[in-house]
Design a protein around this ligand. Sequence first.
Ligand code: TYD
Ligand code: MG
Length: 470
Amino acid sequence: MARPVIRYVCQSCGANYAKWSGKCDSCGEWNSITEEAGSSSPVPGGLGKKNVRKGKQIEFVSLEGTSKPVPRMVSKNLEFDRVCGGGLVPGSAVLIGGDPGIGKSTLLTQILAALTNQAGIKCVYISGEEAIDQVRLRARRLGLKGDDFLLASATSVRDIATTLDEHDAPQVVVIDSIQTMFVDSLDSAPGTVSQVRASAQELIQLAKARGFSVLLVGHVTKEGVIAGPKVLEHMVDTVLTFEGERGHHFRILRAVKNRFGPTDEIGVFEMSEQGLEQVSNPSALFLAERRGNVTGAAVFAGLEGTRPVLVEIQALVSPSQQANPRRAVVGWDSGRLAMILAVLEARCGLVLAGNEVYLNVAGGLRIGEPAADMAVAAALISAAMDIPVPEDTVVFGEIGLSGEIRAVNQSESRLKEATKLGFKNAIIPPIRAKKNCNKAASGLDTRQIEHLQDLVALFAAKSVKKTAGG
Ligand code: TYD
Ligand code: MG
């Protein structure tokens, strides 16, 4: 028999303590440790039972041999399928995190309908957050029909497990959300670390045993990480995040972990009156409101997963009276901005110290690639010198601390995307002889920049022309 024990668990990181304390030693969070009572085995009648004294021998096999290709359930929603690595894998567990109101329930409702209609896959949607009527209302708004998939409102993992174990199990199950689920053998409230962990474990085990794919919706904390223990992310096969800026209508589905496909793939959607629409050409969307020939704006040819995406980077430099002028960044790393400012100052003599500097990635996309360095620098130089970046130009390249421009991966596909969208010029890192990025290959006039100074000189030359020309 499992003995009930009292544990003190940090709600932030999941660390266990024998007694209460005000600060968690493991993650440093204050006031995050709460008492949780429960059996020492988190799974009711589960895991622990099988460990009767001695286990059996496990078998080792060679690396070579034939394995069946992973079967996939394809929704024909290309954006979603791509992020999953080509469709949902039967028996897999997928965790989808995102801010409240971003559209997780909408996305999953649409995906279930697509799976049912396109592939005749049996799906169920279990909501612990909304009443049946609310889910129905959403489905009606999305134009779905009554026979698309089945609905239920439940929060007890025991009830859910019993139901899914008895009927001929559906092939895809959505749990919205894992934070509302509870295992009745634990005393703690739904949403606590131990409840989330136990509920997820139970549901994932059932999914593996029955061969259905389970999609768990996970809340995110205000820091942007999925609420609950980090182990949740380890337990599932795939972690997707659904992100977007409030006030912008497009949303990005991103794979951050995927045992069945590549990570860093993105799917782009646009939230409309009729739900989420797929965006097959994100570059066009991100550049839609761009106006040519303004200062402080550069188009970055970026890469999201395997997909080239063009976005505009905007900078504003304005004089400040303050001792510590403001630096504000949206959509890019503020540490990296500080580094580029330092390099511009130390290596190129472009002093921005007495100025406020604002940087914005237009459209609300978040860029993590160091390849955006040179586009950021171009926007900053353009803003500081009040000279526009040459028209129809894309920029990419990583900047090193000595000001050297470093090559980035997949230059060809970045240039190809720029050509497709009608750009004529590209400012890029030096190309090693073997690679072929010349005009013939990409259709663009490329200018290779070796040092950040050369980029500043490029703008300075234009400024001379501008004053000379009147
Ligand atoms: P929802 O899927 O409920 O978000 P989440 O589950 O992530 O909390 O959707 C949230 C928002 O989306 C809601 O504020 C209304 C908006 N929305 C649309 O704009 N169009 C639509 O067709 C639907 C269904 C929702
Ligand atoms: Mg929801």
